[in-house]
Design a protein around this ligand. Structure first.
Ligand code: C2E
Ligand code: CA
Ligand code: CA
Ligand code: CA
Length: 279
């Protein structure tokens, strides 16, 4: 018994050490990732519920390291938030995404929404508006093409401050979307004060809507509430026709998901967008 316990401990200690080593590796590699061009953006179309028209795209960050290979944003974004690197990385994402939209418009695409994820750290940064307006001016695009996605937990952690920041971004003419909606703890009384354009229903509720009656009830309630408050609704993580049918029947406005397209590099998504722009 004693031997077993010791082995368990050794196993545990080894796993812990491997995790720490990995974190330290990523941590130091991250400091050079921008200047060494290791980041890339991929774009996932956001579609009208009938799947016919593209509304815009969401920019999603990818990091490929020469030795460590592909590193998921779910792993490195939290690290970048804890060491502050998310500030320069986030500015790079914003600039790159808007420059891409500009380039697409120049080759004949109709203007559309470029949705960019905003981290809690960026959202709380005192110079957020300065950075955003600086990049918008530099790229010379009207602010209404930019949609910033902030998670529900960011918006509700400090609602009074969040409302002030949202008001400022709104007054710049930028659209705001609440990401991962349903996973946080929005007080409904605050929600109506948010200068928000869109609610994004979290994919965890969408996954089982074809079969799970609780998830169906939740999703349908979110859509009704969203309509009542004058927000648009988009569902994320839509993979099947059954999910899409249910969302359409409930009056959801838009969707994003593998059923239409995975996030793709700019060159690949361009043709897909071209075919789905209204004439
Ligand atoms: P998110 O903002 O909720 O993005 C949606 C995630 O769902 C993306 O994962 C996307 O690739 C994935 N997805 C899209 N359609 C489907 C589908 O039909 N089925 C399933 N199972 N998944 C789908 P990804 O790209 O790995 O990003 C993970 C998270 O990392 C994002 O979640 C976001 O929180 C964060 N992230 C990604 N890029 C950025 C960025 O530029 N800045 C910040 N701050 N966070 C980012
Ligand atoms: Ca998002
Ligand atoms: Ca989301
Ligand atoms: Ca998510």
């Amino acid at each position: 018994v004693k031997e077993d316990g010791r082995n368990d401990f050794r196993f545990f200690a080894k796993a812990m050490q491997q995790r720490t080593t990995r974190m330290l590796q990523l941590e130091s590699a991250m400091h050079y990732a921008l200047e060494r061009n290791q980041f890339q953006l991929v774009y996932q179309p956001q579609m009208t519920m009938d799947g016919k028209t593209v509304i815009g795209v969401e920019a999603l960050l990818r990091w490929t390291h020469p030795e460590l290979g592909f590193i998921s944003p779910a792993e490195f974004i939290p690290l970048a938030e804890s060491n502050g690197q998310i500030i320069p990385i986030g500015a790079w994402v914003l600039r790159t995404a808007l420059l891409q939209l500009k380039a697409w418009i120049e080759v004949g695409l109709k203007p559309m929404i470029m949705a960019v994820n905003l981290s809690a750290i960026q959202f709380r940064h005192p110079n957020l508006q300065g950075v955003v307006t600086g990049i918008l001016n530099e790229v010379a695009l009207p602010p209404e093409y930019l949609e910033l996605e902030l998670t529900e937990s960011v918006a509700t952690a400090d609602p009074v401050n969040a409302i002030a920041v949202m008001n400022e971004l709104h007054s710049l003419g930028i659209r705001l979307a609440i990401d991962d909606f349903g996973t946080g703890y929005s007080s409904l009384s605050y929600l109506k004060k948010f200068k928000v354009y869109k609610l994004k229903i979290d994919q965890s509720f969408v996954r089982d809507i074809a079969t799970d009656s609780d998830d169906r009830a939740i999703v349908s309630a979110i859509i009704q509430m969203s309509k009542g408050l004058g927000f648009k609704t988009i569902a994320e993580g839509v993979e099947t026709q059954a999910q899409s049918d249910f969302l359409m029947a409930q009056g959801c406005d838009e969707f994003q998901g593998y059923i239409f397209s995975k996030p793709l590099p700019a060159e690949q998504v361009l043709e897909l967008i071209r075919k789905h722009q209204s004439r």
